[in-house]
Structure formats: structure tokens, C-alpha cells
Design a protein. Structure first.
Ligand code: ASP
Length: 584
């Protein structure tokens, strides 16, 4: 006997008269005093089982015990439903299975939540993820993930990329996050770092003549968890030899298109728009703007040089946004808080309330200034006056917030774009020196090489980001393939010869032994899939994610370890036992 010979969701009117065996979960059970109806569910859908005591006494007795989420096996005949019983909302709604034999294969304790319940607390869903996975939402999301990854793998294969495994336990890879460390029993006092990405290994594969590498790689980064961040995530990681930037971008665009096509969706038109970093920072205050709405930042620096409003006259840069709504005081208070979170000292504004201007700063502004900045009736002009970077951050943050709050984005469109020409270095927040913008292996743009050490702030990098609807899907770059240039970049970052040797000797050695020009990219799989699935955060497309505190509600990890275990690993916890907190 086989468990099943037919899938629940595949039965149609064409099957009427067939004898079938189906197996799955009891989605719902309705007892009509005598007749019992059970919707039986497997991953393909649901079918209605009808248990009639006059047809089968055995099935009727067994059906009596059935509760939601019991696993059942039923054998019977497919019959057409009476016209008044046809359910047009169910793909199998024209038929039902008249059961001859029913078997309870597996029982369930009372459920912590019903599968069709809305707004179930997320921690509860994660605690019982195996139940949550049975919902249509999770079934759909994990299958979208599979289809996209399969399409990407196919396309990579067609394009001549080979899948090469790289180690998870390695030396820290500088991707800008903290490392997760792994103590080593055989070498007490020494630690591996979990790879923040396979960056250096994939470059070494190029030096090794592998030509085109890819991997759906798991990466580990110790960062605060957010809607688009988890401690561990996967990326489509790739590297190519003898290429220019456009060759790399082309591969990524092909993968995006292949995923859309595999999901039966209209792919975004190619080539994706190419944007300049400097330009998007000016217009949108962000290197990953959501381009599905305008709300562009405008400059007021020129006009306000002679302003009577001291805050404007004294600021290095003054810019503003005109939001399509006359905000109330309370709303402006909330916007001011957001502006402060992004580094503003306050939020100056002009509200055009149906033609009448409301603003505490209007009395300081000249006629010209008022005429230039006041928007159409029922708009609010929001200003930021500070240094260039702060102004971009504040207005960029407000723009993103308003886009969401006022629902400005056109949901019917998908906006893919590339941001190009990032600076190679930026000022380090803590030290006075320079740090990398992407990672230290990015090559400068042609012509800027000689300025690496003399004018680091003016050097542009061959770095590119892929953005979709305001999310950064991934980054890549053309790499440095000359050891001397790599050393110069390390020096700009304040790394002397000794430190270079200690941290990156293997890379510098490799670059000295015939390194081809190369470049690559990494695209976050979970971010991509979350957007494909229309989900607001990546947890909804990850089978077993962690919550914001960093815990896994399902297993309860992470957990304290006994001293004996730590001792064997050569480590000692600095946290007193009583002080260990266990947030969920
Ligand atoms: N290693 C980079 C990252 O993980 C991607 C790349 O430059 O290829 O973001």
C-alpha cells in the first residue's frame, strides 16, 4: 500500500469516478450530525472529504475523533458535488472524495494558534515554526525562495560559473561588521571567525585560475538584527576574471530576470538605470533611494547665504523637501523627532495650509526666500541645515519615512537600479583617519590610482550597489589585483607593514604570484526573496530566523554553557551566572 497516489490540490472534475488515496492534514472538520466533512490539505491545496456512515461505518467512527491538524489517510471515490455545493473559491471546489477507508495516521495536541488566525504574535509563530510553515503564506514564501535560487543556479551554470565551496571557519573578513568567533579545543586561546563573506577566498579562486566562481554562500555578521538583517544569511556570491564593471552588472541583471521569469512574472526592463552616488546623495539623501516616488531634495544654500534666519545663514548646507501634505503640529513634532534621530538639531518648516503659511521661521525669511521655498497649497516644506553629510542623512531619512507614511510609492512598479561611483574611502568615525566604503579590496576608478595616498577623499572606487525599491540587494566591485596598490590602500587605512603582514599576508602573497584582473558581486538572497514575496522583512522568508534580541524562539538558543565545556575550549565567561539574561 502506498501512502497516497494523488495530491489533494490536483483533483478536478476530470477525475470524477476515480478511486484515489490521499494523505495530509485535517484543515477543518465539520460534523453535520451523521455526515462529516473534512478538508484535507497537502502542499498542493485542499480537497473535501465526505464521510458518510451509510457508505462506511469504519470511516465514520474514525472521523469522529478527527481534530484540526491531525494527519489522515483517506481512500475513496471522486464524485461531482451537487450544483449548490460547488465552491468556486476552491480549485478542487467542483468535486469531493466520498471516503471508504479513513485512517488517523498521527494526532495533534491542541494548537497554540489556528493556522487561519490573523495577526498571530511572531514569536509564537517562530516558537512553533513547523505549524506556521503549514500556512499558505510560509508555504508560498519558501517555495518562492526555492524557485528563485534554482533559477539563479541554472543561469550561473549556463554562464559558465562553477560552484566552489569556501570555508565558514576562517580568519576575519573585513565587511564592516563584528565577527562571530569559534574557539578551538585543539588550540586553546586561538579562534576562528565565521566568514562575514567568502570575499578573499573567491579572489584567491581567481588567482587560482578558476575564472568564474559562484556560491549560494552563508555569511555570518554580528550586527543588530533588523527587517533586512539577520546574524546569518545567504548571498549569491560571485567572482569573475578578466572583466569590466559592465560584465558583472550584466550577470546580476540576468539572474534577476531569470528569477522573475521562473516565477512567471514580468521581468524588469534591462538595462537597469545606472545612478551616480554623488547625484543620488544630493537628490535623495541615500545611496539606495526608493525611486517609485519623487519627493526630491532641493537646494537652498545659495538663496540662504544672506538669510536673516541665522540657522540658515550659518549652516554649510541648507536643503529641503516639499511633502504633499499640510502637517499638523503634532505630526511635525513626530517628524522633528525622526530628523533628530538622523542627526538634526531641530526641524524648520513652512506649512502651506490651503494658501495660508504656518511657520515659526516665516517672520525671519525674506520675500524671495518665502517665494522660493513655499510649496503649493497643502504641502509642507521641511528644511535641514548642517554639514553636507548630516543634511543628506536627515532629509534622506525623512524622505524614506514620508514615502512609507504617505504611501507615495507606486506599488505596481518595480524599481531596480545600480548606484555607481562611490568614494573609495570615507572618514573613520572614531579615529581621525580613513576607512573603506565597501571593503578594502575595491579598485579605484581608472585615473584615480595615483591619488590613493595623496588625496584619499577624492578617489572614486569601482564599487556598485544593486537596489530594488529602496532596499540594497547587494554590492560588488572590481578588485585591486596589484599587491603594491593593495598595500597603498591598507596604508591609507592606517595599517603599517607589520599589521598588513599579520592580517593579509596570504592575500598579498597571492597578488604577487600572477593575479588576473577580477571583479565580483554578492546579492542577499533573503532580501531578494522577501521583495519577490512582497514581505516586509526577511524573517518571513527564512525557515528558522532569529528575533530582534538575537534569540531563536524555537530552540531557545543561545544558551549558557557549563564551565567544564568552556574550560575544554580554553575560554572563561566574564558574565556571572546570575547576570545572564535570557530574552526571547
Ligand atoms: N564581499 C562583498 C559582500 O559580501 C561582496 C563583494 O564585494 O563581492 O558584501
Amino acid at each position: 500500500m502506498s501512502w497516497r497516489d494523488t495530491m489533494c490540490g490536483e483533483l478536478t472534475a476530470a477525475d470524477v469516478g476515480r478511486r484515489v488515496t490521499v494523505a495530509g492534514w485535517a484543515d477543518t472538520r465539520r460534523d453535520h450530525g451523521g455526515l462529516v466533512f473534512v478538508d484535507l490539505r497537502d502542499y498542493t491545496g485542499k480537497v473535501q472529504l465526505v464521510v458518510n456512515p451509510e457508505r462506511s461505518k469504519q470511516a465514520a467512527e474514525e472521523a469522529h475523533d478527527v481534530r484540526n491538524e491531525f494527519v489522515l489517510q483517506a481512500e475513496g471515490e471522486v464524485v461531482a458535488r451537487a450544483p449548490e455545493a460547488v465552491n468556486p473559491n476552491l480549485p478542487t471546489g467542483q468535486i469531493e472524495v466520498q471516503v471508504d477507508t479513513l485512517r488517523i495516521v498521527s494526532r495533534s495536541t491542541p494548537l497554540p494558534f489556528q493556522l487561519d488566525e490573523e495577526n498571530v504574535d511572531e514569536t509564537l509563530r517562530l516558537r512553533y515554526r513547523w505549524l506556521d510553515m503549514r500556512t499558505e503564506r510560509m508555504q508560498r514564501n519558501l517555495r518562492i525562495s526555492h524557485v528563485a535560487v534554482a533559477a539563479i543556479r541554472r543561469r550561473m551554470d549556463e554562464l559558465g560559473f562553477i560552484d566552489i565551496w569556501t570555508p565558514s571557519m576562517t580568519k576575519g573578513t573585513p565587511e564592516g561588521a563584528r565577527d562571530f568567533l569559534v574557539p578551538v579545543r585543539l588550540q586553546p586561546g586561538n579562534f576562528f571567525a565565521l566568514a562575514q563573506s567568502p570575499q578573499l577566498f573567491k579572489q584567491l579562486c581567481m588567482v587560482g585560475g578558476m575564472d568564474r566562481y559562484y556560491q549560494i554562500a552563508t555569511c555570518w555578521r554580528d550586527e543588530d538584527l533588523r527587517a533586512d538583517r539577520q546574524f546569518e544569511f545567504r548571498q549569491l556570491d560571485l567572482e569573475m576574471s578578466f572583466v569590466e564593471r559592465e560584465d558583472v552588472l550584466d550577470v546580476l541583471e540576468q539572474c534577476v530576470v531569470a528569477s522573475f521569469e521562473a516565477l512567471g512574472r514580468e521581468p524588469p526592463p534591462r538595462p537597469f538605470p545606472r545612478l551616480q552616488f554623488a547625484d543620488v546623495m544630493l537628490r535623495y539623501g541615500s545611496d539606495k533611494p526608493d525611486l517609485r516616488f519623487g519627493l526630491e531634495i532641493q537646494d537652498a544654500t545659495e538663496i540662504t547665504r544672506t538669510s536673516k534666519f541665522g540657522v540658515f545663514a550659518g549652516a554649510p548646507v541648507v536643503r529641503y523637501l516639499v511633502a504633499p501634505r499640510a502637517f499638523s503640529r503634532a505630526e511635525l513634532g513626530r517628524l522633528e523627532e525622526i530628523a533628530k534621530e538622523w542627526g538634526a538639531k531641530g526641524l524648520a518648516y513652512l506649512v502651506n495650509d490651503g494658501g495660508e503659511v504656518r511657520s515659526p521661521i516665516a517672520k525671519f525669511l525674506s520675500e524671495d526666500e518665502l517665494a522660493a521655498f513655499t510649496g503649493e497649497p497643502n504641502t509642507t516644506t521641511l528644511f535641514a541645515a548642517a554639514d553636507e553629510a548630516t543634511v543628506a542623512r536627515v532629509l534622506g531619512g525623512l524622505r524614506t519615512h514620508l514615502g512609507r507614511e504617505l504611501d507615495l510609492a507606486d506599488r505596481e512598479t518595480d524599481s531596480f537600479a545600480w548606484t555607481l561611483d562611490f568614494p573609495l574611502f570615507e572618514h573613520h568615525e572614531e579615529s581621525e583617519g580613513w576607512t573603506f566604503v565597501h571593503h578594502p579590496f575595491t579598485a579605484p576608478v581608472a585615473g584615480d590610482e595615483h591619488r590613493i595616498e595623496s588625496d584619499p577623499g577624492g578617489v572614486l572606487g569601482q564599487h556598485y550597489d544593486l537596489i530594488w525599491n529602496g532596499w540594497e540587494l547587494g554590492s560588488g566591485s572590481i578588485r585591486i589585483h596589484e599587491a603594491e596598490r593593495q598595500e597603498a590602500v591598507f596604508r591609507v587605512m592606517g595599517m603599517g607593514a607589520g599589521e598588513q603582514e599579520a592580517k593579509f599576508k596570504f592575500l598579498l602573497d597571492a597578488l604577487r604570484m600572477g593575479a588576473p584582473p577580477h571583479g565580483g558581486f554578492a546579492m542577499g538572497i533573503e532580501r531578494f526573496v522577501a521583495l519577490l514575496a512582497g514581505e516586509p522583512d526577511i524573517r518571513q522568508v527564512i525557515p528558522f530566523p532569529k528575533v530582534a534580541s538575537g534569540s531563536d524562539p524555537l530552540t531557545g538558543a543561545p544558551t549558557p554553557m557549563p564551565d567544564s565545556v568552556l574550560k575544554e575550549l580554553g575560554i572563561k565567561s566574564a558574565v556571572e551566572e546570575g547576570a545572564i539574561t535570557r530574552p526571547v
